[in-house]
Design a protein around this ligand. Sequence first.
Ligand code: SF4
Length: 644
Amino acid sequence: MLNNKYCNSLIKYSRWKTREVLIGNVGVGGKNPIRLQSMTTTDTMDTEGTVAECIRMINEGCELIRITTPSKKEAENLKNIKNLLLKKGYNTPLIADVHYTPNAAELAARIVEKVRVNPGNYADKKKFQKIEYTDTDYIKELERIETKFLPLVRICKENNTAIRIGTNHGSLSDRILSRYGDTPEGMVESAMEFVRICHKENHHELVLSMKSSNPKVMIHAYRLLVHQMMKEGMNYPLHLGVTEAGDGVDGRIKSAVGIGSLLEDGLGDTIRVSLTEPPENEIPVAKKILDHFNKRKNKYKIPPINNNQFNPFLYKKRFTKSVSNIGGNNFPVVLADFSLKKKITPLSLFSLGYKYSVSLDKWNISDQACDYIYLGNHDLDFKIPGTIGLIYDYNKWKNNNKGYPFLNVDEYMSVEKLSNNINFIYAQIADFSENFFLKLKNDKSAVLVIYTNNDNFFAEVRCVFFDLFNNNITNPVIIKKNFSCENSSKASLLTGSSIDIGSLFCDGLGDGVFLSSESNELYGYCNQISFGILQATRTRISKTEYISCPSCGRTLFDLQETTEKIRSATSHLKGLKIGIMGCIVNGPGEMADADYGYVGSGTKKVTLYKGQDIVKRNIPTDQALSELINLIKDNGDWKPMNSD
Ligand code: SF4
């Protein structure tokens, strides 16, 4: 019985064994290491420019290179790119990225080592129409798709060319959407229809992907895909990626959350971090994500799971009782750690989102202001904003009688005096016992602060939640991750916490984030990352979200510069999702859940969207930003810049 099975084990790290697929000289899946890949941003007709970019990517460690192939002429030019790369001594396999144009795919399949097709637009159209199919009509549609896809499969088989069947959440066809809705099931079925055609034709050089700009959606879709493959006796390798992740810290967090969560369960054979930055910037980020798993030893045993009630294919927030502003229907809280800080001054609060204005004699509180500060044994000798909760070690709290106590499980079980409001109980799985659960169950003031030193952090803390489910414990849980000085580089902190904590939030587990670094300087960065994780997992929105594409040869404007301009004008519009897409061919689909869209639609032309509807077509680029602002204003979503 497969039940909800989608990986080898929920408690022990091991890679799910896929079949090896050869992409030129690079093996993907099987016993091969997880491969790094990226995509060029140049015009595919610019042979020299594309080759130069490929070389920069290869020098960073890129093992597979994808190149956009919109039409037959670009497909033909792949030969020149390939030859020039070979002449310069590079034989890195190339992948043609094809949307809408089977004839380009068929040509490219004779030249490069792999062709990526998007089942949402290879044989289907997307006009955002709902179509009713009878079962007979639907079977006829599948036959039509087979007729369209089969020539490519046969060419690939003849030429040993691999195929990536790459489903994107935003570009599911009207046919799939009409039958399955906008769901992970629809994404999986969209790919499986194509997989079954290849399978029937005995072509097994396949790699599959289920991308989305929403990490929760992509995680659930990939898990469901593996589950479905297990059911059908298949094990094709997986290409992991979060589409249109954006740039900077936010893009890195989103990618680490989505890709890392799947790698935690041993899923994934090749990864692409997709940033609105030069493609060579993506490779170090991808390497950092893989580093998180390289030292995985399963050193600490995690207890076996009895009675697993967890549905891995569906997002559902764990039900918790509300303790003050933690748990229940409250947003997840963010805690900051000042316990190791030598001196705490008003300035220390600036990087936690609180700024004191001397002239106004008041604190300004930003949307990314932490909710609680853990002070350990410190005292504060200045007045803090009333919105911050202070947490002290138990003995300090007992003597001061202010703020909230932080206790270990022994203290919690033995002391007589507890806070009537909130008690933060620092615990790990080894502390759990029947008596502890009994006390927790009746306690309306207990908030668990769960931590572990296990390098398999995600799996162990997930098991904590399974234990809580099984024992009907509904106290809120704050997830704490400690970074030692050696592990406290900014990149390690970002990647480690995004993977370990972000993955749990994507499964609806967690009511707060508490990052601690032994490095004194990083408490502000910990705060930024904590809010970034909550934003990426869409559990607490504290800023504008930019769903910006990484750009490719189809891009019709400078994406990085444009994203920056749009960000500087709209970054105060907390909660809005703005799509910034390089082309109108794929952009509208890819930004399907954006509130507003800014999409390249011709040379120096931009088309603006409200949701999925076009509202202003082909505006000259130099007027596009002000038109976007007008559109946001017309729809009542604009706020003045300084209203914060
Ligand atoms: S949306 Fe961006 S990355 Fe995707 S095809 Fe268009 S320009 Fe390329």
